[in-house]
Design a protein around this ligand. Sequence first.
Ligand code: F0G
Length: 467
Amino acid sequence: MQELHPKTIIEPFRIRSVEPIRFTTMKEREEKLKKAGYNPFLLRAEDVLIDLLTDSGTGAMSSKQWAGMIASDESYAGASSFFRFEAAVRDITGFKHVIPTHQGRAAEHILFSTIAGPGDVIPNNTHFDTTRAHVEHAGAEARDLVIAEGKKPQAQHPFKGNMDVKALEAAIKKVGPDNIPLVMITVTNNSGGGQPVSMENIRTVSTIARKNNIPFLLDACRFAENAWFIKQREKGYADKTPIEIAREMFGYADGCTMSAKKDGMANIGGFLAINDDDLAARCRGLEILTEGFPTYGGMAGYDMEAIALGLYEVLDEGYLRYRIRSIEYLGEKLIAAGIPIVQPTGGHALYIDARAMLPHIPFLQYPAWSLNNALYLLGGVRGVEIGSVMFGMQPDGSEKPSAMELVRLAFPRRVYTQSHVDYLAEVLLSVNSQKDKLPGYRIVEQTPVLRHFTARLVPVDLASQGE
Ligand code: F0G
């Protein structure tokens, strides 16, 4: 008999514990959405059928993780769960000091308030919102230096998350290395479409930073997904394992911030890991103030157990193949139907280009918001708008179009199966066939900062009828 090399990529797990999802009618969803001020953030999760709001903290844990959690050590100081967590982080990243935090933004807070101040510039490929907010909170400037292709939804490039190294060198020359407390690269580049960064780019940025005596850190939230893309797309890495690739990536850096809610395969948790003894001592001082004792830092022992195992499970080839393929599979169906998406599909999410899909809706009537609401109304699917509701309001209260009008469909880890993805494609195709009927929206209630979380809106056609 000949060995079978199956084309079907199956979910690399069987399901032993299930969480029912609730079906609703379109009429029910219309009522729920109206009650939520046409803002999917204000829906109850139980009224959502397929929840793609985020891949952060929403993954399913393995039976081994649950076993580790039950056997955790909840001692305040020196818990064995911490040492297992620390050993896993050190083994994979190679960094000397491991500072636990309750999630990624806490690591960012500790790092930037210790290292950055007014007059400083932090270069990154693209800062994630919380990273940018913490840089700015420390008084420094967050500067995005992603390559030009990274800003064009339909531009094809295997590593659209790469940093523009010429722009980095120019920035260092202009600002001066003394005013750049660190250079950061986000893997994968979440705000740029979950696009990967090549090993070559990481190596080059590291060389430039070291030549200028500037520390180089990774925002490592999705390090395993990035490693998988390197294995698939970069010459010389096809035969390496994801853990070998991850170790090489970390090897070029002096530290990292991490939200373990993503590639830590946990529901909560994070860490800051760095080599520098002096910086680590200063960061630990702040950690005690804001997070907790250095051997738990805002996490329970069981969270640290889940991460210690999750960091290895996320590097499993079968898992990564299934994960990245699920998103690519959805992308292929949408491309075939002529739905404009950010290409190639990213690591944790698929991004739909609502500006291209809904040209009849002007930016001030928020096309991506409209598309996201249509996905809920038609299919009970919840994504997130990354467009002018999120980014359009300027500090002076005026409105400016966001660089892109996207809907992000982020996939929780190990949660959905191929039939869920087939259903998603069906919903999207149906929305696409009725796209001319989608209304614009108008904001009727909002807060001055981060308005997308709480804003209330109305569809424009209803509003014009005085509703
Ligand atoms: N960095 C990146 C690249 C992220 O995507 C996130 C979170 C953080 C840092 C902050 O981590 O949430 O643990 O404090 N991203 C989530 C998302 C919220 O939906 O993309 P956190």
